[in-house]
Design a protein around this ligand. Structure first.
Ligand SMILES: C[S@@+](CC[C@H](N)C(=O)[O-])C[C@H]1O[C@@H](n2cnc3c(N)ncnc32)[C@H](O)[C@@H]1O
Length: 391
């Protein structure tokens, strides 16, 4: 039985509503792409849309013609319908007939899941938070909205779709709105570089209106000249987790940001293969588990993205460094000891014999301060204490 039904929405037009309480991770709707257009120029043309429309079966054509027409000034109805309902990025866009019934919120309660091969051919709509019976199912129409201020999003929605969004973020006023806008600018500053792109300039949308909508150019994507270092990747990912949480955006992007932080810190650990910083190992574990927890919530335990994350986390744990550190941290035999630094201060430390050929013991403090001890001192510490050696 379907968990949703279509009916009039308070915002105008029709929408999709929960027929019963829906848990996060539940698949609400599955749909197949029926049209795909690759733009030949800056805008879709009537001819491109008509050509794609002519390929549809008669029943699909009838369904397409019954979709919302939007409020743009394009000459043909086909193009107006296409633009009001198409999803896509870059030059390629698609039409899904059922998903086109779903309205927008900048802080949505559901997301599109493109599936394991990310091809857009078949898409599911998945709940990312609890949706109560009779509540409207809402998705975010534009993945770049998480990086735009309320004014920019509002202008885009009014100019391109003809409505004002009334989601929790768009209704913020005063200093709360300023804070939210600042967080979204920061999301832009870190999210684009994390995907390998230079953050775009969205200022053109500050003055977007219905009158200039069709002449305002789209946002060009440009690659970063130099990829982020592991440490910057880690820092940006972590900042992104905090910003997304503060903006109540708890979907797949949040899970991916936690995993990005874990995997880039892991890469840093692997690059420094003669020492192990135990705090880093703890963080890798904590962020990976957090990422899997969030993904399980929003995509279900057996969702392909959740399964993939679990596999990646298992691979990470089999890396010698992380394996050794987690064994060491989890060991009952692990004894801490105090290390005197050159300046005479004492630090709480752990010991870990990482490389079998090493003649020195790295004493790693919880505060990531590292003292390298001589082989004699190391052996004596190992003899005195019940320090478990990692394999
Ligand atoms: C893809 S359609 C969504 C379904 C549409 N409401 C219908 O009746 O078929 C997009 C159009 O829905 C309307 N819409 C979407 N989200 C809305 C919202 N949050 N509030 C008001 N109208 C909205 C706008 O007119 C927009 O152009």
């Amino acid at each position: 039985m379907e968990v949703y039904e279509g009916r009039p929405s308070p915002g105008g037009g029709n929408g999709v509503f929960a027929k019963k309480d829906i848990k996060p991770g539940t698949t609400i709707m599955k749909d197949q792409m029926v049209m795909q257009i690759t733009k030949s120029g800056p805008q879709h043309t009537d001819d491109e849309v008509r050509h794609a429309f002519n390929q549809l079966r008669p029943d699909q054509q009838a369904q397409f013609l019954a979709l919302h027409e939007g409020s743009r000034t394009f000459k043909t109805r086909l193009l107006r319908i296409y633009k009001a309902n198409a999803f896509g990025h870059g030059n390629v866009s698609h039409i899904y007939l059922d998903i086109s019934r779903i309205n927008h919120a900048c802080v949505p309660n559901a997301e599109l899941d493109l599936g394991p091969d990310d091809t857009s051919a078949s898409v599911t709509v998945v709940a990312i938070r609890p949706i109560l019976r009779d509540e409207e199912v809402l998705i975010c129409y534009n993945p770049m909205f998480s990086s735009m201020t309320a004014q920019q999003r509002g202008n885009l929605l009014r100019a391109y779709y003809g409505f004002a969004c009334s989601c929790t973020s768009c209704l913020l006023q005063g200093h709360r709105r300023m804070l939210s806008d600042a967080r979204r600018r920061l999301i832009k500053a870190v999210m684009f570089p994390l995907h390998g792109n230079i953050p775009p300039d969205f200022d053109q949308f500050n003055t977007l209106t219905v009158a200039n909508a069709e002449t305002t150019p789209g946002v060009a994507s440009r690659d970063l000249a130099v990829p982020l270092s592991h440490s910057t990747h880690c820092g940006y990912s972590l900042l992104l987790t905090q910003l997304l949480e503060a903006e109540n955006m708890e979907g797949v992007d949040l899970a991916s940001a936690y995993f990005g932080a874990a995997s880039s810190l892991m890469s840093q650990m692997v690059a420094m293969d003669d020492i192990i910083v135990l705090q880093s190992a703890k963080n890798v574990k904590c962020w990976s588990e957090k990422s899997i927890e969030i993904m399980t919530k929003v995509r279900g335990r057996n969702g392909h993205a959740t399964v993939l994350l679990r596999e990646q986390w298992e691979n990470m744990q089999s890396q010698p460094q992380l394996y050794a550190a987690l064994e060491f941290l989890g060991s009952e035999n692990c004894s801490r000891f105090r290390v005197q630094q050159r300046d005479g201060t004492m630090h709480e430390a752990f010991a870990l014999w990482h490389r079998s050929d090493a003649n020195q013991l790295c004493a790693l403090t919880e505060s990531t301060c590292i003292a390298v001890l001589s082989g004699t001192v190391s052996r004596s510490l190992l003899n005195q204490r019940k320090v478990k050696l990692a394999p």
